[in-house]
Each structure stands twice: as structure tokens, then as C-alpha cells.
Design a protein around this ligand. Sequence first.
Ligand SMILES: Nc1nc2c(c(=O)[nH]1)N[C@H]1C(S)=C(S)[C@@H](COP(=O)(O)OP(=O)(O)OC[C@H]3O[C@@H](n4cnc5c(N)ncnc54)[C@H](O)[C@@H]3O)O[C@H]1N2
Ligand code: MOO
Length: 401
Amino acid sequence: MRTPPLPLAEAQARLLALAPSLPVEHRAVTECLGHYLAEDLHARRTQPAAALSAMDGFAMRSADLPGPWRVIGESAAGHPFAGSVGAGQATRISTGAMLPHGADMVLLQEDSERDGDGLRLTGELPQPPSRHVRPAGMDFTAHETLIAAGQRVGPAQIALAIAGGHSHLPVRRRVSLTVIDSGDELVAPGHLPDLHQLPASNGPMLCALASCLPVDIRHAGPVEDKLDHLAGALDAASAADVIVTSGGASVGDHDLVRPALEALGASIDFWRVSIKPGKPLLVATRGRQVILGLPGNPASAFVTAYLFLLPLLRAMLGARDALPRTFPARLATPMARGGGRMEFLRAVWDGAHVALDPLQDSGALSPLSRANALVVREAGADAKPAGTDVPVYLLENGGIA
Ligand SMILES: Nc1nc2c(c(=O)[nH]1)N[C@H]1C(S)=C(S)[C@@H](COP(=O)(O)OP(=O)(O)OC[C@H]3O[C@@H](n4cnc5c(N)ncnc54)[C@H](O)[C@@H]3O)O[C@H]1N2
Ligand code: MOO
């Protein structure tokens, strides 16, 4: 018996529950870009380790304000002053240099005048006096949590981990993914198609989408609409953590992904989700392997990859937030009432308003390429006038983020 299409949230929860956790490994920090921390990362040192000057000027005791002072030496970055600053004394100090013993403030050089060893205040006093001092531990202290488990490692996290004294990070190993194009009408990219054919563009698109994550990708096909060919391609990928197919997921006589999976002994977890585009999405497992059968229409393949494939990969990689998030955005034009399925409309967000593309056919690639946002329209939603806030997924860098 055919079960009704699942609501989006239920389908996503079912898929994420199937995500196997990959083993944890310790990778060189500089090789961790795009991974997710497998455990909380604790600081192995304090930063700044000692109070530092935030500006170029002179270091002295605030008790001696408003001066004048006698300059007795210098503290430069990497070359601290060996002595101590006493009453009426000051040292030259540079940005990032250690505050000398005894000093608790820095006077900007622009606010002072030096004459030989003599120094006097000519401008503003820092308020409070410690304003240009970075206290020890201002950024972080030893043992505190620097980066929580499940957080993504980006450029700032790489810098923080290194500053915290780490050379390696605990992350999950890279996911292996096989992407399979299927359909008799498809020709490999670069070959000129006949009238009844078209280039297999979904596979490269899905590979590009997945490449924003630490994933080793193999691309196979296009595979003909023959059960043994499809089963053969699926079987050849038996070592992959995840297989994603596109096309052949619907109800036609040549839609063979489901029969091929059944022939291989895979267990079908669910088929069809109540979303547009993307309804015929199929999810199956074979042991620990997860198989996603995406619809062939390009926009359907993109949207289901965005809503299912990327979250699955993130969950396997240990992400705390595997699912993409929506933001409220103001409609530039009216939006017609919703249909029977939740919809993901290709749109352009200009920073203030979001404009729906006039062409929403799931077979069209050009609106997808113009889009930097997907507007969510709930099933059965009322028509909305321009200016209404609607939930939007932002496809930063065309969906790469
Ligand atoms: N009677 C029904 N027909 C259809 C239904 C339905 O419920 N009842 N669902 C429709 C929906 S919704 C979608 S989405 C499509 C999905 O079909 P398939 O996943 O079986 O995909 P195909 O039929 O193989 O292809 C659809 C379309 O996409 C093109 N395609 C396929 N693979 C690629 C590729 N790798 N690169 C570029 N383009 C590709 C293909 O040529 C077709 O034009 O089914 C509806 N039908
Ligand atoms: O659900 Mo299909 O993906 O609309 O064309």
C-alpha cells in the first residue's frame, strides 16, 4: 500500500536518525577547515598571557596622574622591559608589548610630549586609565572551553585553536559519497546531446553542493534506465558511506531506483515527502550505508540535496546544527496562495527584499542559478501582499555555504 508523503520535519528527523557517526580522528588544525569539532576544545594556555598594551605610547602608574614622568626604558612586542616602573617613571611601550611591572596604564603618544627623558601630558587622559590595557586572560584563560563540540571549524576557529595551544583537533573522518546520474536521456557533460537527450547536469551540481563539506566524492554515470545497470552502479558503490542518485525516483515505468535498491537488499526507510519541488525523494539504508534517491528535475534535486543530503552529511560529521535555518525576509512582490505541498520558491534577496522568480518549474535551471534564496510557502498558506515577512533559506554563494 502507498503511504502518503511525509511532512518535511518528520522526513528530515527520520533521515537524521539514520545518520551513522563516523570515527573521531585527530587532524592537523590547518587540515580541519569545514569539519565539526567532535569534542569540546579546551584552552591549553591563557591569552593574553600577561597584561599588554593595546596602543603605542607610554606605560606608567595611574596613581601618578597627571604626571610629569621620566622615561626609563622601553617595552616592545616580544621584548619586555626587564625592570619595574616606580613613582614618576614611565617606559616607552608599543602595541602588543607587555605592560612593565608596576605600570597599570598606557598614555597615547598623541596625547603626550617627550623631551629627552622627560614626558608630559598634552592631550586627553585615558578614561578609565586602564582603557588601553588588555588584561591577562581578556580573550581566554587556560582550561576554558574555546570551541564547543559540534561547532564548525572556519578561519576564526583555526586561529583560536592555534592561539589556544592546539596543533591537532578532534574531528570526524571525511565522508565518502558516491553521486550517480541515471536516465537514458542523459549524456555525459561535454558530449553534444541529440534532440531527445540532455547533458547530465545534476551529478556535477550535487558534487559541487557536497564539496562545501569534508567529503570525498566519486561521480558515476550517467547510468542507463536498466535494472541491472542501476543495481550494478549501486553495488559498485557499496563501500561509500552515502550514495545519492538523481532521477528515476518517481512512479514511471523507467523509474528504477527503488526496484534496484530492493534487488540489492537495501531497506527503504521512506519514499515521498510533501514538498515542492522534491516530492519523490527516497531514503534507504544498506547496513550502515545511507542511500538518497533524489528526483531528477534539477530544481527538485537541488532542493532535496539542500534539505536532506547536506543535513545528512553534516550530522555524520558531528554538526550541532545539521539542518539549515530560515530567516525572515520581506516580500518584494505579492505571493500567491500555497498549494497542497510546502514549497521552496527560487528567489533573489537583495539585502532588503526578496523577489520570487517568475519561473518556478522544477525542470528549470536558470531560476536556480539566478537565486540566492529559497522562500518557504507553507501548504495551503493564504496569499500574501508585498511587504509581508516570509521565511527564507539563504543560499550564500549559490548554495555552497
Ligand atoms: N504520474 C506522475 N508523474 C510524476 C510524478 C507523480 O507523482 N506522478 N512526480 C513528478 C515529480 S514531482 C517529479 S520531481 C518527477 C521526478 O521524477 P524522477 O525522479 O523519476 O526523475 P526522471 O523522470 O528520471 O527525470 C525527471 C526530469 O529530470 C531530468 N533529469 C534526470 N536526471 C537528470 C540529470 N542527472 N541531469 C539533468 N537532468 C536530469 C529528466 O531528463 C527529466 O526531465 O516526476 C514527476 N512525474
Ligand atoms: O516535486 Mo517535483 O520535484 O515538483 O517537480
